[in-house]
Unconditional design. Structure first.
Length: 281
């Protein structure tokens, strides 16, 4: 392993510890816990009414819900925003490791935080269903009923249980794909935030990334679904990989490629662009 990579990993560890211990992260975790609890209240009531427990595969439906996705993505951007700042507290570390290693470490920290954040959301989304929760390798009666009947409307359940997801994906596969897509999506937007903030020495990257969060809703409401392949939040929603959007070139392979290419390019830009600008420490 190269010396630069070792330094970058150390910067990553430092930044992740600092971010995960910050008040921002704990406030966001508290808000999302309350949001999940209230959002899943109707499902708990439904389980109690029919005396049937739900399998722990709610995560694909949460990440597919456009309102929930705005909270999840926007919350991550809010937590990741300080990474692009040039605090005096971090000046010594930047000086010792060098700008390139500092930028590389911050990019790794964004990706690392995306993995940790998504894992926490996955666990939290299932935990709030307790005691109406049981392990199963199938979708079970609850999710199939909510997806294929009007039970959600009768019980005033706000969360959309997408029928396409239930019919086309096994629950474990749907959960795995949702986790991967969520990690890639917020990593993409978090790196965009970091690169733009770093270059402009402002919070312009945060506003640009937030604009991408709302892009999915704008495209849907303006009937511009043909731009879905360029919308990161549209591509994270598993329900969008249906025959209806296939005509616009929305495929699972294309979505993952979009994220991976973007992440590699943004990481490269973060490391190289400061050198081009001749930025001083």
């Amino acid at each position: 392993m190269s010396r630069a990579m070792v330094r970058g990993i150390r910067v990553c560890g430092y930044q992740m510890k600092k971010t995960l211990k910050s008040p921002r992260f704990f406030i966001l975790l508290l808000l999302l816990t309350v949001y999940f609890y209230l959002n899943e209240e109707g499902i708990r009531n439904f389980c109690s009414s029919v005396q049937v427990k739900a399998s722990p595969y709610i995560f694909p439906f949460l990440t597919n819900d456009w309102i929930c996705q705005m909270f999840l993505s926007g919350g991550f951007l809010w937590v990741a925003m300080p990474l692009g700042s040039r605090e005096e507290e971090s000046a010594f570390i930047r000086f010792r490791c060098g700008e390139k290693c500092w930028d590389l470490g911050n990019c790794l920290a964004v990706i690392g935080m995306a993995v940790f954040y998504t894992a926490v959301l996955w666990v939290l989304s299932a935990v709030v269903l307790i005691p109406h929760l049981e392990f199963s390798v199938s979708w079970g009666k609850i999710w199939r009923t909510l997806a294929l009947t009007d039970a959600a409307w009768q019980y005033r359940i706000q969360l959309e249980t997408n029928a396409f997801i239930v019919e086309q994906f096994a629950p474990i596969m749907a959960t795995a794909l949702s986790l991967i897509l969520q990690i890639l999506c917020i990593s993409w937007m978090g790196l965009l935030l970091y690169v733009v903030n770093r270059q402009t020495r402002s919070v312009a990257g945060f506003y640009l990334a937030v604009a991408f969060v709302f892009l999915d809703t704008m495209l849907f409401n303006t009937f511009l679904e043909s731009f879905y392949p360029l919308s990161p939040v549209s591509l994270v929603r598993l329900g969008n990989y249906s025959k209806a959007t296939l005509q616009y070139g929305v495929t699972l392979e294309g979505g993952i490629s979009f994220y991976l290419i973007g992440i590699v390019c943004l990481c490269g830009a973060a490391v190289v662009l400061p050198k081009w600008r001749g930025e001083e420490v």
